[in-house]
Design a protein around this ligand. Structure first.
Ligand code: ADP
Ligand code: MG
Length: 266
């Protein structure tokens, strides 16, 4: 479960600044439509963790919204487990977003939201604690979000997403705004939980090192309209040392920086 196949997906938006009669003085360099995705093909195996990289504004979030069924592609076919995606009905997809916690509920209650359908109370409570422990928040289950640091909030959000137990977890720049150390810890946390739960996880990130240290596969997009520049499996054990000189990963790291327009990677 959680196998995703995109075949020749394209997406264009209607250009609101385009006026037919005043074509020359609208200041728009585009036509009536703005192409965002163009001929995107990929297959994501069930249980894979895939990181998407690409310049800002190229169409990454658009692609995730199409996969989640929030938006429709202009052409092409997208299937999840061999069924075409039609609308956001898919109950087995969860979109992780920051500030996804309800501020008037404790950590425990927020995580419990994902387990609403569970009848056996004892089992439910145990499961809630499992998820809270998985993100190392034991002792904070009765705290409200405002009582937690930014990093702890993000971990609580992760526990809530896990409790939903989706086949596919979608994360759009999940680490943005975190301090460096918390970012590193969250990376570890996500890798551990992925190894443990084996769900399909899609992560959009602008951080090449996120992709190299976490992904089972990395997909790199061109600038808009996004086409796939690279789709590569990363078959390396964890933890990964991505900056070891001349290692396969560090060579790939340099290539990715170049691909994204940076000549001197640090
Ligand atoms: N609803 C929309 N209507 C019109 N244009 C949009 C809409 N959503 C996104 N875009 C445009 O599509 C392009 C890609 O956006 P997005 O997918 O958010 O990029 P990314 O996530 O890669 O930074 C951007 O130029 C953006 O302005
Ligand atoms: Mg985006």
């Amino acid at each position: 479960m959680g196998n995703i196949v995109a075949t020749d997906i394209s997406k264009e938006y209607f250009n609101r600044r385009y006026k037919k009669r005043e074509k020359l003085d609208t200041g728009s360099i585009f036509g009536a439509t703005i192409p965002v995705l163009e001929g995107v093909d990929f297959e994501i195996e069930s249980g894979e963790m895939v990181c998407f990289l690409g310049p800002s504004g190229c169409g990454k979030s658009t692609l995730l919204r199409i996969i989640a069924g929030f938006e429709e592609q202009s052409s092409g076919i997208l299937t999840i487990d061999d069924k075409p995606v039609t609308g956001a009905s898919s109950s087995n997809i969860f979109v992780f977003q920051h500030s996804g916690l309800l501020p008037w509920m404790t950590v425990q209650e927020n995580v419990e939201l994902g387990l609403r359908n569970m009848k056996d109370l004892e089992k439910k409570e145990a499961e809630i604690m499992d998820y809270i422990e998985m993100v190392e928040l034991e002792g904070f289950e009765h705290h409200y979000p405002y009582q937690l640091s930014g990093g702890m909030q993000r971990r609580a959000e992760l526990a809530r997403a896990l409790a939903v137990n989706p086949e596919i977890l979608i994360m759009d720049e999940p680490f943005s705004g975190l301090d460096f150390l918390t970012h590193m810890k969250m990376r570890e946390e996500v890798v551990n939980m992925h190894e443990f739960l084996g769900k399909t996880i899609l992560i959009v990130t602008h951080d090449i090192d996120d992709a190299l240290s976490m992904g089972d596969r990395v997909i790199v997009f061109s600038s808009r309209p996004a086409t796939i520049k690279l789709n590569q499996k990363l078959d390396f054990p964890h933890p990964r040392y991505i900056r070891q000189e001349d290692s396969e990963l560090s060579v790939l790291r340099d290539e990715l920086f170049l691909m994204l327009g940076v000549n001197y990677a640090v």
